[in-house]
Design a protein around this ligand. Structure first.
Ligand SMILES: *Cc1c(COP(=O)(O)O)cnc(C)c1O
Length: 434
């Protein structure tokens, strides 16, 4: 028995689960090589941007108070603009999360009387209150900004005819969500986002095209800003923070859009000149440096999970072989015990809180109990190995992240072990799927 296998055995992985995992992993080497190629390109892109912008040791020092002349903060924003090939960027610890970054982009670039359009269906849950789809204090709706939506067609394609009809003289900004998030629609490739933006710009070239880039960064060699997006927005506790950023969000795009956002984040007049970086910069820089490789690991973990469970007969989205443009993996177990056992296995592999047992609970804002597995260094970070699932049919768990492939592999094997022990897996499984 190899030393690694012995460790796995001590940590509760049976021989059968281990051997099944090995077999699945061995068959994925070609796929993993493709992912390494993408991360290789993105790693060089990030280093080149840091060199172009002359990142120096002094950039790692933070400021306090007002934060005037914060060299590290201002340089980091230039690095982001360089990576995303945009005129400008805003990258701040004062942006508290992805939802805040998106709300900032919308609230600062729309004015009363304007309309926001989503041509890709319902946006991420937390944006419903930002927009005012669900009534909420301070929503766009309260400020007299209307919203319209065109759903994707049943086959996942764009409904060009109705998008054309939905574009009115007051349509000011179009929001395009790259990742499926926790929905069943396909994640959009950057290429498809480019097709949609081209279509919209042909109708009205002055419409601001914004992309919710959460979970998509560095999964491909190009970003939405390379195919015409005026603004891309995301969270630093997902891909671009590389697991090290303890907080933060970014916006990269046209100068005008970024200036608007800066004046909304702080105040009119002060704009981007204030906002001390405190102690955040070393983790922002180093996290960004690691992000291409961390994102690649998260993609490998998602692909491994898809193949492990697909070959056991469970429905997985995306499937084991299709191309991927984000790091989220959905697995449908069809029974509450499956969701619970999966999350418990992931938790048992965690470096932090590995000894706790997650339980479903009635989370505010959800219509059914939800179970979550998270043993993260950064609270709530979903670039770290995590899973969650609502306890309702069809009993689907959403799995993402893992800073290292080795942790992802271990976590997924623990999840399978947990399902085996619950009697959820036929006892003669051998991984051939036949
Ligand atoms: C995570 C996510 C958000 C919101 O980010 P938070 O940091 O959770 O507020 C928005 N859109 C998408 C597609 C996401 O995945």
């Amino acid at each position: 028995m190899s030393a690694a296998e012995m460790m796995y055995r001590q940590l509760g992985i049976s021989r059968k689960v281990y051997e099944y995992g090995e077999k699945i992993w061995e068959a994925l080497s070609g796929r993993f090589q493709e992912i390494d190629r993408i991360s290789e390109y993105n790693q060089i892109k990030v280093i080149a941007a840091m060199q172009n912008q002359k990142v120096s040791e002094a950039c790692l020092l933070g400021t306090t108070g007002y934060g005037y002349n914060d060299l590290g903060r201002d340089t980091l924003e230039k690095v982001y603009a360089d990576i995303f090939h945009t005129e400008d960027a805003l990258v701040r610890p004062q942006i508290t999360c992805g939802t805040h970054a998106l709300a900032l982009a919308l609230l600062s670039n729309l004015r009363p009387g304007d309309e926001l359009l989503s041509p890709v269906g319902k946006p991420y849950d937390t944006l419903e209150e930002v927009i005012g789809i669900r009534p909420s204090r301070g929503s766009l709706k309260e400020y007299g900004i209307s919203y319209s939506q065109v759903d994707l067609l049943p086959d996942g394609s764009f409904d060009y005819e109705n998008i054309r009809k939905a574009i009115k003289p007051c349509t000011k900004l179009v929001t395009i969500q790259r990742s499926k998030g926790y929905q069943t629609r396909p994640t959009l490739s950057v290429e498809r986002i480019g097709d949609l933006i081209r279509f919209i710009k042909e109708i009205r070239s002055d419409i601001i095209c914004m992309v919710d880039n959460c979970y998509g960064e560095f999964t491909e060699t190009i970003e939405p800003s390379d195919v015409g997006a005026d603004l891309v927005v995301g969270s630093l506790i997902k891909n671009p923070g590389g697991g090290l950023a303890p907080i933060g969000g970014y916006l990269a795009g046209k100068k005008e859009c970024i200036e608007n956002a800066a004046c909304r984040l702080t105040t009119p007049g002060l704009g981007r000149e204030v906002g001390a970086s405190l102690q955040a910069l070393p983790s922002f820089y180093q996290g960004l440096f690691l992000a291409p490789s961390v994102t690649a690991n998260a993609m490998k973990n998602a692909i491994f999970a898809a193949n492990i469970y697909e070959k056991l007969g469970f429905s997985v989205v995306p499937n084991g072989t299709e191309p991927r443009y984000d790091i989220i993996q959905a697995i449908t177990f069809g029974k509450p015990e499956g969701v619970i056992a999966f999350c418990r296995g992931i938790q048992q592999a965690a470096p932090v809180d590995g000894h706790v047992t997650p339980e479903p609970w009635d989370m505010p804002g959800y219509d059914s109990p939800v179970i979550m597995a998270a043993g993260a260094f950064v609270s709530g970070s979903s670039i770290e190995l995590s899973a969650d699932g609502p306890i309702k049919p069809p009993y689907t768990v959403y799995f993402q992240g893992g800073l290292t492939w080795q942790h992802g592999k271990f976590g997924i094997m623990k999840s399978l072990q947990s399902l085996v022990e619950q009697g959820m897996i036929p006892s003669n499984f051998d991984g051939t799927g036949e």
